[in-house]
Design a protein around this ligand. Sequence first.
Ligand code: G6P
Ligand code: G6P
Ligand code: BGC
Ligand code: BGC
Length: 909
Amino acid sequence: MVTAVAQRLASQRKEIDDTLATFTLSTTQLQEVKAKMRVELERGLKKDTHPTASVKMLPTYVYRTPDGTERGKYLALDLGGTNFRVLVVKIRTGMRNSVRMYNKIYAIPLEIMQGTGEELFDHIVQCISDFLDYMGMKNTRLPLGFTFSFPCNQTGIDKGDLVSWTKGFKATDCEGYDVVDMLREAIKRRNEFDLDIVAIVNDTVGTMMTCAYEDPKCQIGLIAGTGSNVCYMEEMKNIELVEGDEGQMCVNTEWGGFGENDNIEDIRTRYDREVDGGSLNPGKQRFEKMTSGMYLGEIVRQILIDLTKRGLLFRGRITERLKTKGIFETKFLSQIESDRLALLQVRSILQSLGLDSTCDDSIIVKEVCGAVSRRAAQLCGAGMAAIVDKIRENRGLDHLEITVGVDGTLYKLHPHFSTILKDTVRELAPNCKVDFILSEDGSGKGAALITAVIDKYLYAMRFSDETLRDIMARFRREMENGLGGDTNPTATVKMLPTFVRSIPDGSEKGDFIALDLGGSNFRILRVKVSHEKKQTVQMESQIYETPEDIIHGSGSRLFDHVAECLGDFMEKQKIKDKKLPVGFTFSFPCAHSKLDEAVLLTWTKRFKASGVEGMDVVKLLNKAIKKRGDYDADIMAVVNDTVGTMMTCGFDDQRCEVGIIIGTGTNACYMEELRHIDMVEGDEGRMCINTEWGAFGDDGTLEDIRTEFDREIDRGSLNPGKQLFEKMVSGMYMGELVRLILVKMAKEGLLFEGRITPELLTKGKFETKHVSAIEKSKEGLTKAKEILTRLGVEPSEDDCIAVQHVCAIVSFRSANLIAATLGAILTRLKDNKNSPRLRTTVGIDGSLYKMHPQYSRRLHKTVRRLVPESDVRFLLSESGSGKGAAMVTAWASRLCFHHPTNINTEQMC
Ligand code: G6P
Ligand code: G6P
Ligand code: BGC
Ligand code: BGC
């Protein structure tokens, strides 16, 4: 009898042992897991294997960990772990350990986690609203960092499309959409307060940043909580999804998805499959389901059900309680496994869960929990070993010392998880010394630190499409004011009639001279247009200096200089004895009453010669030529460079009806219906209007988007209070804007370790061409290093990255603002034509547009977004506006000499 009982017990024991043995992993098996994880890490990083990789290796656009110099006051949201939290984080200047945080935890009811996306985000915004009230901060528009603990495809620090929900979330209409947009829209729906969402951050990244603030060696973030995940600092050159090879970027591995391609089926048990099948996302997050808090209790419950069914537990009785999903929370697992608890206490925990157990049952349950949590810790250890070894190899080291910042309820509460994890890493990655530090303050602090790193100065320069549409509407109103007879006298955007009535029609011919003054070069050209078989244009040109003492001296000296250069050019061309028609591209705002009369309204850009404003520049030039008496010239037309550009491009593309310049200065012209131009008589046909959009904002319309740097630029300019839009966007000011931001950041210790050199403080030392060089995707950071070194600041790699970031923000703002004003012109054209879709060509010129590596792409993209109902061709003017000036001249001289009776002749000649 005794032996029968003993035998039964022994066989039961064996059954239990056999069951639990499926959770035991040998060192060899763990090494295999490490090797497979390594393969998936690589596959996730590579462009061609990324789509099928189970570990997605998502770029985060976090380029560096904090260095202790961050400062400011930020809001943070922390969504996706056990608790949803809203926080305010204050970081004091220049000292580590000087962060103060206030936070409030809010519940997210299950029906909201699994309801509609709109309900979820409305709920989040309601919690923010409550928090802002509670803190008395409703009217302070703080930058916000959003810890969002789900996989997101990021294309920037503040853009992330949710890949798929994980853990307990399943709100509809969110997957595939930008989480930041959804939050912004919910804020707009509530219409009660405004926030600048600066960064979206995974909890692993937030944790890494929180810990790195204390320990600079921390370059990995691990979450072992409700979910499981890791991020780490990867070399840019290995991240094929992101352009650029220099420096590092944090990669969110999303290792929870490991195994989705069936490569760890050998170690998954039937219980794992059971848990997976009953989850919100079957087949997904297989590694997470073996390693994280949300699922370990479920695995235990499945084993207990099976053991009970087999009569090995709970006297073979499966109760309703045991059938209840989710009764085993991580905290119970942690309590049951605590060595400090006596068996009796384990039993009472089980009883509190409604599981009526004997002492023997309690022993078995504890063993089951141990097997499941041990395997989880070992698997995380194997994954971590793969990561540290990869980092070690990235850096070409035999030995790596590194710190992992960790957070999550499983890691924090479980009595053995962390020890087993560390032992496994030590065993599987013997060449790495890995320290683990616990994140005390959660990842919200890290999100705030990221926001601080992005830095508070720049968020005011980022515009949402909504803001851009608003600017577009404002500019449309300005255009209408400029065109209207009553409103024109006080309008800031002058909308100057040009007396150019059509683009070239292909019949122009002749021999012309063009002067081209006002851009970065003063150029004189000879343009010969002939008509043998087809129309051909021959051009020869020469660039002349315009020394600063001349453009800032007296007007008569300036025009003497122009006349002298023209004389020299004619001499070289051997045409001094001829009286060729001259077209004059003069790139400043001029009032015309006919083509060859142009009264300068105001100097802009670098020019400031006295006695010219209010004068007709044709008269001034004629006077200077006459004074010389060595040649004669017939100035037939003065055109703005935008008009010259439109005409140059119109020569190649008849559809061209807009000309824009994004160079030293900025401006646009377009073909307007004559009936809308109150300043010119006649209602038939069209005339080109020189908008002079550079003056947009001179009446205060743009004050809400101008920054302290824009004001500083204006104060130091030749024309304070004027051309405020131009000063935010054009090449003459862009480098200087960047320089002012860098000085400010350095003063606050955010850059160059606080060093400020005399060069950095010198106006004009940072040029727009430097912005273009630094933003090149391949060699940009090397260029940044060279340029900054020349300024004497000995930049670190992080400095270079930060400066690149500043350049990108400033140049992006420029492209966005131009897209908005151009958008306004395009929608006006479309309305004029009364057609549902606009098909048109925009001729463009200017050094900024041409030289900057990203500018044109960004501009085109934003225009297409802002004016979706259009097909716009952007045509670069290859030969400058001189050719266009010649076209206008051809047309004018033809009217004068060949059609003396033409009704428009008087107006035009
Ligand atoms: C962090 C956070 C959470 C995060 C969590 C993981 O520090 O601030 O938002 O998701 O830890 O832990 P849990 O166990 O709550 O999932
Ligand atoms: C044109 C011209 C210039 C003009 C310039 C703008 O094609 O021929 O006279 O002002 O482009 O560019 P920039 O970058 O030189 O100011
Ligand atoms: C998510 C991760 C997150 C992790 C820890 C996973 O389910 O996919 O983005 O980092 O949980 O919270
Ligand atoms: C001038 C415009 C010119 C633009 C581009 C501005 O400063 O006011 O007339 O078209 O620069 O050169």
